[in-house]
Design a protein around this ligand. Structure first.
Ligand SMILES: Cc1ncc(COP(=O)(O)O)c(C=O)c1O
Length: 373
């Protein structure tokens, strides 16, 4: 057999999958990174209509249909403190592809990429796939990323730093002051800030603010997606936005690896972004109730958990052996080490699961804690 590329050999299949495989069929799965709600009916219907009337048969423009990019632009006017020209948007195959474009277009071999540790598994892998050098950065006690630590980690070889708020796997939300600092750092050090905002609407306390609102240069690119906000993980529709020059470079990658995002998904996403937003509010309200139940339950068990203020994850500090005891008892949680060395000694609990299952799982978590103490 021929040799594989060095790049691909540096990347392994996510540790999360191994956890799922270890669990039995009846397990309660608190390992999932996707909402447990249906995609709203009007969104599904928009795709059905686009398919039936033939609108989704052909390639769209590489960047995506203009009405979708206008809907994304209108979303920024409605929800965020900055405006986006529809010409400066590329619709992608989920936030995943958007992250890939951002890294691929900006990171040269050997250049460093700073990202949160524990952090979303793609940051390390995408850096390796671009032949860059991953620079995982430990977090504050509350599991947010410290702008001062980012600034100290920047070297002459740094191409980019990634931020993610609300965050996977921690549920942490960066403050407005932090975001202002991230923008300043990107401006002053002339490094790119890649802001992964796929959970932007799932915030319980405070407000999501993007560093894009404060940047004075064009050194911020923002990644967004319909996946989590509208419970559309299967549709594969996200986007990246940035300056004209950056979009033009990212489009070169997108054009050759993807051509365009799936057309039916683009029509669905347009309907999601322009239609009623109540389904989002209802989902976020349900997540907040569950978050409170999970936090109370973990406190009763005696597990110390930094309060997650967004997304749908909690990350308690857990005793050695606890994750395995949970999995043996039929509750899947993900060991924090799957998200980087900084996650060792923690576990990620996703509460994108119904309340009854959550309560049953908390009882099991208590037994698991008793078993290892
Ligand atoms: C922080 C973060 N960014 C990006 C993504 C990718 O999302 P998508 O499903 O839109 O590709 C995920 C998915 O879990 C995520 O947690």
């Amino acid at each position: 057999m021929t040799e594989f590329s060095r790049r691909v050999e540096q990347v392994s299949i996510s540790g999360i999958r191994e956890v799922f495989e270890a669990a039995g069929e009846d397990a309660i799965n608190l390992g999932l990174g996707q909402p447990d709600f249906p995609t709203p009916g009007h969104v599904r219907q928009a795709a059905v209509e686009a398919i039936e009337n033939g609108a989704a048969d052909a390639y769209t423009s590489n960047k995506g249909t203009l009405p979708l990019r206008e809907a994304i632009s209108a979303k920024y006017d409605r929800d965020n403190r900055f405006s986006v020209d529809p010409e400066n948007v590329i619709a992608t195959a989920g936030g995943s592809e958007a992250l890939h474009l951002a890294v691929e277009a900006h990171v040269d071999p050997g250049e460093e990429v700073i990202f949160p540790d524990p952090g979303f598994v793609s940051y390390d892998a995408l850096t390796n796939l671009a032949d860059g050098t991953p620079k995982p950065l430990g977090l504050r006690e509350d599991l947010t990323m410290d702008p001062t630590a980012v600034e100290e980690a920047i070297t002459d070889d740094t191409a980019a730093f990634m931020i993610n708020s609300p965050a996977n796997p921690t549920g942490a939300v960066q403050s407005e002051d932090d975001m202002r600092e991230f923008a300043r750092i990107a401006d002053e050090h002339d490094v790119l800030c890649i802001s992964d905002e796929v959970y932007e609407h799932i915030v319980f306390d405070g407000e999501h603010v993007s560093p894009m609102a404060f940047a004075e240069s064009d050194n911020v690119v923002v990644v967004g997606a319909c996946s989590k906000t509208y419970s559309m993980t299967g549709w594969r529709l996200g986007w990246v936005t940035g300056s004209h020059e950056r979009i033009e470079r990212m489009l070169r990658v997108h054009q050759y690896m993807q051509a365009c995002a799936s057309a039916p998904a683009q029509y669905a996403a347009e309907a999601a972004l322009t239609g009623p937003q109540e389904p989002v509010e209802e989902m976020v309200a349900a997540f907040e109730k569950r978050r409170d139940v999970v936090l109370d339950g973990l406190a009763d068990i005696g597990l110390d958990t930094p309060t997650p203020r967004g997304a749908f994850y909690a990350m308690p500090k857990v005793p050695e052996g606890w994750v395995d005891e949970c999995i043996d008892r039929g509750v899947i949680v993900v060991p924090g080490g799957a998200f980087g060395e900084g996650g060792e000694g923690y576990a990620r609990i996703s509460y994108a699961t119904g309340m009854e299952d959550l309560k049953a799982a908390l009882a099991v978590m208590g037994e698991a804690a008793d078993a290892v103490r």
